[in-house]
Design a protein around this ligand. Sequence first.
Ligand code: SF4
Length: 281
Amino acid sequence: MSKIKIAELFYSIQGEGRYMGVPSVFLRTFGCNFKCAGFGMPRGELSTEVESIANRVVEFKDYNELPLVSTGCDSYASWDPRFKDLSPMLTSEAITDRIMEILPHNEWLDEHLVITGGEPLLGWQRAYPDLLNNPKMKALKEITFETNGTQKLTPDFKEYLRKWNSEVGKELTFSVSAKLPCSGEKWEEAILPDVVCEYEQVGTAYLKFVIATEEDRDYALKAASEYRAAGFKGHVYLMPVGGVESVYALNNKAVAIMAMKHGLRYSDRLQVPLFKNEWGT
Ligand code: SF4
C-alpha cells in the first residue's frame, strides 16, 4: 500500500482561485523544490524569519502549534526538512479514513479535494492512484492540484489522470501558482510553459500570480504572454500577496483593480479575512 508524507489534512473552504468558497478537504503533502524566501522582502533580500522557529523546533509537538510567518513561504513547515518530524508518513488507507472523519457527513457530497503542498507533484505522483482508487474515494468528483507548475507528469500518472478526468461527472484542475521574481526563485526555473501546457492535456489548468507591486504585475503579464505563446489556453488570475491580514488588506483592492484593467481574473484569499490564515484553514 502506498504511503504519503502528510503535513496537514483538514477541512475548510477553498479561499483561492476557481473553487473559491467551495467546501474542500485539503491534503498538504510534504516537500517542495523551491523555498520562496523572497516573498514580502525588499527585492534581492531573502527572509530569515523561519530560522528562529527552526532553532526551537523541539518545542513544537504538532504542526498546528507552529508560528505563522509574514515573509517567505507561508507553508514553510510543509517542506523545510527541519520540520519533517511534524509530518507523518501515512498509508492511503489511513488518509482516506481520516478524510471520512473530517467530512461533515462522513462521505463525499459536494466537497472537493485539494492536493497541495509544498509541491504535490514531486515524487508523490506514484502514490496518488492508490489513494484515489480507494473505495472511500469513489464518490469524489472534483480534484485540484495546487502546484508551482514546474513538475512534469510521469507518463503513468498522466494516463491515470486522463482516465480519471474522463469519467462522467469528474473534473480535474491544476491551480498553477507560478513563481515570479518576488518569490526569490529564478525565472528560468519557475516559468515553465511547456510543463503547464501538458497539464491542460489531462484537465483544466489556470495560472495564479501573487502580486504585491506594479513590478510584479509587469512580470505576471510577461509570464502570461510566455505561457500563451507556448499554447496555454486557461484563465489567468492575479491574487494579492498577504498571508497575514495586515498585508493582504493593503493589497487586495489594488490587485482587483489591476486585474480588471488587464482583463484578467481576480482571486481573493478568503482564508485570510475569514480565518486569519491559521493552520488548518
Ligand atoms: S512553491 Fe509554494 S510551497 Fe514551495 S516554497 Fe514556494 S510558496 Fe512555499
